[in-house]
Design a protein around this ligand. Structure first.
Ligand code: EPZ
Length: 427
């Protein structure tokens, strides 16, 4: 089991550069399957989930080689649909994008139900709704496999999503780019990574407009070509480091970002008493570690991202005064709070609402990373807690953060990791 050991009390100071966005890289890696060509993807993040997606492409007959540390050349000419490896597919939520890619490439798909952080079942009914509208017959069989096929070609359709689902919006785009005719997606997710997928496809010769708004239109094209494309920076990785320095105190410049993607995160930190200076491609965060309690409600973009609510929990625990998190996206995303309580957080949880009394004095203790962002929350708490915090099951954290421990150490944290070379992938 991999673990991270952190001794609290050090401020964070310095400059870091943010990696490519995990949740943009995952769909784009699988989207290369539709091109049946060679794509060079730049600014690829070396986080475990993305490495697994590349492994899946290789196991399906694709060729993927790293040109440098953050550039991968992917040739999907030889990819065989319906041959994805169950053991890796069931470990990452990103595998869901294989469905749209295989249906677009060959009109058939078969894969084990995708995995992902455990906030409950993680339904994909909206994905099925989109594929059915586009002309696929798709179902989940008793053996946990998803199977789908298309008679003839996928055709354009009007798709309305009851929930602005990120995954379903992206999967619908992936399936529709080479369909016969025009597809319109209403109540589409507006996240920057949805825009990134659309931009990738347009660089490959597709015709996707409106990404980033609630209505996305896709004019199907007969085929795509390869391209070179750079992934956008990861706003959640950036937000996580910003939350860390807000908690510890110090001065941190977070570079290689798109400040607009971080607007709501910056605003919430300012509301808590943190100083933020914004440049063209960086923000500088200054904190004395003294924070005010605030209320947070997670919403689809451009609202406060659900993937940032765990990282704000230690801040609200430390802040003076009451604070509250309302989680409107997932119905069960507070499991990590049971672990934070082991370090001294006092919080009342009632369904989708968590109320923090604030003013907690955190003391280091052993705790477990129950999911990716919950693990990041524990690291932030450990950076401030008195004494030593041992974070078990750190694999969850490595799924979405590359070089987190060395980066924090360089910024002044007293943090080490006990990491085996071969990862035991936890769910
Ligand atoms: C993506 O998950 C991200 N994962 C998640 O990030 C992120 O939390 C989430 O979007 C919301 O921003 C990846 O991109 C790999 P959704 P996704 O479909 O697509 C419900 C992280 O930490 N829903 O937008 O699965 C669903 O249950 C991870 O990086 C349906 O009901 O999220 C949820 O309540 C964690 N039916 C809501 O919609 C569906 O078919 C939003 O989910 C699909 C979703």
């Amino acid at each position: 089991m991999n673990k991270i050991i952190v001794k609290g009390g050090n401020a964070l100071n310095g400059t870091i550069d943010i990696s490519g966005m995990k949740n943009a890289a995952l769909p784009i890696v699988f989207a290369t399957i539709v091109t049946k060509s060679v794509c060079v993807i730049e600014n690829i993040p070396l986080v475990d989930d993305v490495l697994k997606s590349i492994e899946i492409i290789r196991e399906m007959g694709g060729v993927a080689e790293f040109i440098d540390e953050t550039t991968v050349k992917i040739d999907t000419t030889g990819v065989e649909c319906c041959t994805s490896p169950d053991d890796i597919v069931r470990k990452i939520r990103g595998s869901m994008y294989l469905l749209g890619a295989e249906l677009a490439r060959e009109g058939r798909t078969e894969m084990i139900y995708p995995g992902g952080c455990n906030f409950g079942k993680r339904p994909i009914d909206l994905h099925f709704k989109a594929f059915t509208a586009l002309g696929a017959d798709i179902r989940e069989d008793e053996d946990e496999y998803i199977r789908g096929e298309v008679k003839g070609r996928l055709h354009g359709a009007n798709i309305y999503f009851d929930i602005a689902s990120v995954g379903a919006t992206i999967n619908a785009i992936i399936a529709a780019v080479t369909a016969d005719g025009v597809t319109v997606i209403e109540n589409a997710a507006r996240e920057p990574h949805v825009v990134d997928v659309a931009n990738f496809f347009n660089t490959c010769g597709a015709n996707v407009t409106g990404a980033g708004t609630g209505t996305v239109k896709i004019h199907g094209v007969p085929e795509l070509h390869g391209c070179t494309y750079a992934i956008i920076p990861d706003m959640i990785e950036a937000g996580t480091y910003m939350a860390a320095v807000a908690a510890t105190g110090g001065c941190l410049t977070v570079g290689n970002i798109i400040p607009k993607h971080l607007e709501i995160i910056s605003q919430k930190l300012i509301d808590m008493g943190v100083e933020i200076e914004e440049g063209d491609d960086y923000v500088t965060v200054r904190s004395n570690g003294k924070l005010r309690g605030i209320n947070i409600k997670t919403l689809p973009y451009p609202g406060f991202p659900t993937d940032m609510q765990p990282q704000f929990a230690p801040l609200l625990s430390l802040a003076e005064g009451r604070g509250e998190i309302y989680e409107s996206i997932f119905d069960n995303r507070f499991k990590y709070l049971e672990e934070l309580k082991k370090l001294g957080t006092t919080v009342d949880i009632d369904g989708r609402t968590a109320v923090f009394s604030g003013g907690n004095k955190l003391v280091g203790a052993p705790a477990r990373a129950v999911d990716l962002r919950g693990g990041a929350a524990l690291v932030i708490a450990g950076l401030v807690a008195e004494g030593e915090t041992e974070i078990l099951d750190a694999d969850c954290i490595y799924r979405g953060y590359f070089n987190l421990v060395p980066t924090l150490r360089e910024l002044g944290a007293d943090i080490t990791e006990d990491r085996f070379a071969t990862h035991i992938y936890g769910d």
